[in-house]
Design a protein around this ligand. Structure first.
Ligand code: DAH
Length: 333
């Protein structure tokens, strides 16, 4: 063995030892990767040593080559072992950081509830969806056309006064009923129609136990060939029975510009009759306003006061309780 061979072997051993020491002190996977590049890369110290083999006796070259491979394998083994160690330590640290103390007391979060008005709206819509109706909505700010004119209220008809209207400075108004959506829906849909429309409405009303200036209605509208008043009565009866069970109801003749004939329906409530809806056969003039032929199509419509329904459903004595957000009241639902 020549002195040069001994020298190269010593260099390889030194590399091995230096790498081993460096790998042992690595504390992150990043650092380890840097060491891998440093010791195992093409520009690392081992290829450099092998470059010096040219000066060796050819018979000794395989010996150095073999030694270089041994060193490489040893360094690779060190890198692999260290990598596993660091990964295990990282998982361990994460597990410790995420440990749950199952003996800690829980945090109480009070549960929200559905407001009785929303609950009533949901119940009513569920019943009509079950009868094949679609749910639609419309805007709360309206024009005279949709709130009155298209619904067959003549310009100076006293029926406009029945609904004390809140007018806006620009000439628009806050809708006084959801009947507006009958027109909007028919304008954009062809018969047959079965639609239920929940929405807020506004009136210049004096607030008392059964009246509010802002309240909720649900409108229904059915248009088809051959619909009669019998269909209207049957639908209303089935609906009220589904909602209230066995409660006494009565139909009373009434007047609305947009229906002919018209009726109002009362239910027995706290020993008296409480009006809960208006209804009727859609007036031919309304059908004409949206371009339907009243010789072919007939239909019925109805508008329910949601607050009134909620009051009957839940034995609520004063409509104002529905708006006060008093938790002692709301928690009962
Ligand atoms: N829009 C009426 C009101 O607010 C209620 C009403 C009556 C709606 C008869 C209707 C109907 O659809 O056919 O007083």
């Amino acid at each position: 063995m020549t002195a040069q061979t001994i020298e190269l072997e010593a260099q390889l051993d030194a590399i091995r030892q230096e790498a081993q020491a460096a790998i042992a002190t690595a504390i992150s996977l990043d650092q380890l990767e840097q060491l891998r590049v440093k010791y195992m890369g093409k520009k690392g110290p081992i290829p450099q040593v092998l470059g010096g083999m040219g000066k060796l006796d050819p018979a000794e070259r395989p010996r150095i080559g073999a030694r270089a491979n041994e060193v490489k394998e040893a360094i690779q083994a060190d890198l692999d072992r260290k990598k596993t160690d660091l990964q295990t330590a990282a998982i361990q640290a994460q597990l410790e950081a995420e440990t749950l103390d199952v003996t800690m007391p829980g945090v109480y979060r009070s549960q929200g509830r559905i407001h009785p008005l929303n609950g009533t709206i949901d119940q009513v819509l569920d019943i009509f969806v079950g009868l094949g109706y679609t749910v639609a909505e419309g805007p709360e700010m309206e024009t005279d056309y949709y709130n009155f004119e298209a619904l067959n209220f003549l310009p100076d008809h006293p029926a406009r006064d029945m609904q004390d209207t809140l007018y806006l400075p620009d000439g628009n108004l806050l809708r006084t009923h959801t009947s507006t959506v009958q027109i909007r829906y028919m304008e954009t849909n062809d018969p047959p129609i079965r639609v239920a429309v929940p929405g807020r409405v506004y009136r210049r009303d004096t607030v008392d136990a059964t009246h509010s200036a802002v309240f909720n209605q649900i409108e229904i509208l059915a248009i088809d060939e051959g619909i009669t008043f019998t269909d209207l009565k049957g639908t209303i009866k089935v609906f009220l029975q589904e909602l209230f069970g066995d409660v006494e109801i009565r139909f009373r003749p009434s007047f609305f510009p947009f229906t002919e004939p018209s009726a109002e329906v009362d239910v027995q409530w706290k020993g008296r009759w409480l009006e809960i809806l208006g209804c009727g056969m859609v007036d031919p003039n309304v059908l004409k306003a949206v371009g339907y032929d009243p010789e072919i199509y007939t239909g019925f419509a109805a508008g329910f006061g949601v607050e009134r329904l909620a009051m009957v459903l839940h034995q609520i004595d004063d409509i104002r309780r529905l708006y006060n957000s008093d938790l002692r009241f709301l928690k009962q639902f």
